[in-house]
Ligand binder design. Sequence first.
Ligand SMILES: Cc1ncc(C[n+]2csc(CCOP(=O)(O)OP(=O)(O)O)c2C)c(N)n1
Ligand code: SF4
Ligand SMILES: [Mg+2]
Length: 293
Amino acid sequence: MLTIKDPARGLVGHGVSTCAGCGLELAIRVILDILGEKTVIVIPPSCAALFSGYGNETTLGIPGIQGNLENTAAVAAGIRAGFAHRGMTDITVLGMAGDGGTVDIGLQALSGAFERGDKILYVCYDNEAYMNTGIQASSSTPLMASTTTTPAGKLVNRKNMMQIVGAHGIPYAATASVGYIEDLRKKVAKAKDADGPAFLHVHAPCPTGWGYAPAKTIEVAKLAVTTHCWNLYEMVNGKEIKITKQIKKPAPVKDYLVLQKRFKGVTDEGAAEIQAQIDTEYANLERLASLAE
Ligand SMILES: Cc1ncc(C[n+]2csc(CCOP(=O)(O)OP(=O)(O)O)c2C)c(N)n1
Ligand code: SF4
Ligand SMILES: [Mg+2]
């Protein structure tokens, strides 16, 4: 397999055909920078498949395999078992899947791997829809966001994936965002060293699917956090929750919504409903974090 490998440029080649301003591209560069060469990656069909490549060409300087949308965690677990059989314990087996491939289609395989305690690092980069196939809603798509399958806005709220992961009691899980790179880097390092399965849920804004100018990816990512629409926290053994970025004075959710065309149909009443939902979610998170103190 032909790989583009240039240590000066990291493990991800340049000229990848992601859209300008793609949050996923930034995420994968940062993640592989921390994990290093001793990593094997499993990528399902998704925008991330732009990195695994076509035919005998890939943009990654590490070995990898493209599996199916539903089995990233199962393939990663199998690779881990193979390494264990050979006594190779110093290799990170990374599953790098989108929200559709995680919170919907790959959930069963993921749950199985976490239940067995397979030592894999699973990253869900969340662009909040099935982007690669034309912006269909997933169960990570937020309330009232317009997609090609929810043109008038999604009627139901997104799943709380971290709570589902938490129910498995795995050693390390965390949310992160491409808007907070240092925080992301620290969490990748912790996930790599976890004594068992680790899960990272990385918010990865998508200018194409969300409808904002490519140059605004970091601004949008940061606003998601400062409005509490995406909260940064860690969870150890499914219960010890620590909020890693406290926002002293959260901005109104509307500041985040108005930047994105996917929310352009949201009325003032709709925005108030979203605000109430976000406030409730944050209060729940704070309550869980206080139980861990
Ligand atoms: C079982 C199955 N259903 C549907 C598809 C078609 N498909 C390929 S990529 C994709 C989108 C995946 O969305 P997500 O996991 O969120 O990644 P993104 O494209 O957003 O990066 C879909 C639906 C598939 N490959 N396999
Ligand atoms: S559609 Fe979105 S996630 Fe996919 S490559 Fe483009 S910007 Fe990235
Ligand atoms: Mg997606």
